[in-house]
Ligand binder design. Structure first.
Ligand SMILES: [Zn+2]
Length: 303
């Protein structure tokens, strides 16, 4: 299964990745129309900026192709600002989250509000149970999240969230998992497609051509204003200690320059590996097709 190319997805075409040995990589190209109309996705990350930075192009592409999208933010982002207090930081990132939802064209966000950088202290079953509830309530077909098997991830919020997402995706389909949900009117509902991204090395089998969505991705990243300003000011403070300054990273253009040099440049470098202008890499897991051929040959209409 691991080596099999997944051929679902509009506009997908195979290419051999230069960096992933025998693993076949599907390049997902722009497509016309709305092939995903009626489907529902959830971006699930601990921090506001995770999705925009690693999957902002994919998100823009899937929404433009017809998906209805939700954002589930598992932490409260209380640690991510340059000079605000902890309480002010929670509020600033909550407001930025609302801005992100609007900019990305998502329908709504859900803040689970676990304490930032402390998610390794969260009961796995509780986090998983809350995700199962939302997957059933929103009838999520597709998730975008951190790769639970990405290497060298140092942030516990990232891997704790990723592992809970991975398990919740299949358990949400179980009739005997949290059966009280069914008494409340929900139905079992498994997630059939997953796009996993990682900060470090991961098994890449899906590359998304984000060229037509690059400007939208930049806008999506900019909506995380408190966090991006934090990155810019941290960089400037570090350089100042070395007696250096970057003229482009000061003043009104600083955020744009930082996004360009950090994220747009990275997406361009990734794209060059696949002869694309700009790209994002994922480990994609599609619907289970192991019985597909057998069903095609042998299934009969119900009498
Ligand atoms: Zn993060």
């Amino acid at each position: 299964m691991a080596a099999a190319a997944v051929l679902s997805g509009a506009g997908a075409a195979q290419a051999q990745s230069p960096g992933t040995s025998a693993e076949q990589v599907v390049v997902d190209r722009p497509t016309s129309g709305q092939p995903h109309r009626g489907k529902v996705l959830a971006l699930i990350t601990p921090h506001l900026d995770d999705g925009p930075i690693f999957a902002g192009g994919l998100l823009a592409k899937l929404i433009s192709e017809g998906y209805t999208g939700y954002f589930i933010r598992t932490s409260n982002d209380e640690k991510d600002s340059y000079d605000l207090t902890l309480g002010e930081t929670v509020l600033a990132n909550e407001r930025d989250t609302a801005n992100f939802v609007k900019t990305a064209g998502l329908k709504k966000s859900f803040d689970l509000s676990y304490r930032n950088h402390r998610m390794d202290d969260v009961a796995k079953t509780e986090l998983r149970g809350r995700l199962i509830f939302l997957f059933r309530l929103l009838k999520i077909d597709t998730v975008i999240s951190y790769d639970p098997w990405g290497h060298y991830e140092e942030n516990p919020d990232h891997y704790v969230t990723a592992q809970a997402v991975e398990a919740a995706c299949w358990m949400a389909a179980g009739r005997l998992d949290l059966p009280e949900h069914m008494e409340a009117g929900l139905q079992p509902h498994g997630v059939s497609e997953k796009y996993y991204f990682a900060r470090g090395p991961q098994l890449v089998n899906r590359v998304v051509d984000i060229g037509p969505f690059l400007q939208q991705k930049v806008s999506i990243i900019k909506s995380c204003d408190t966090m991006i300003v934090h990155m810019v000011k941290d960089l400037n403070a570090t350089l100042a200690k070395r007696g250096l300054r970057l003229p482009a990273m000061t003043g009104d253009s600083a955020v744009d320059a930082f996004i360009r040099e950090s994220f747009v440049t990275r997406d361009h470098t990734v794209g060059a590996k696949y002869k694309l202008d700009y790209a994002e890499e994922f480990h994609y897991i599609g619907p289970d097709s192991s019985l597909h051929d057998y069903i095609e040959k042998n299934a009969k209409p119900l009498a």
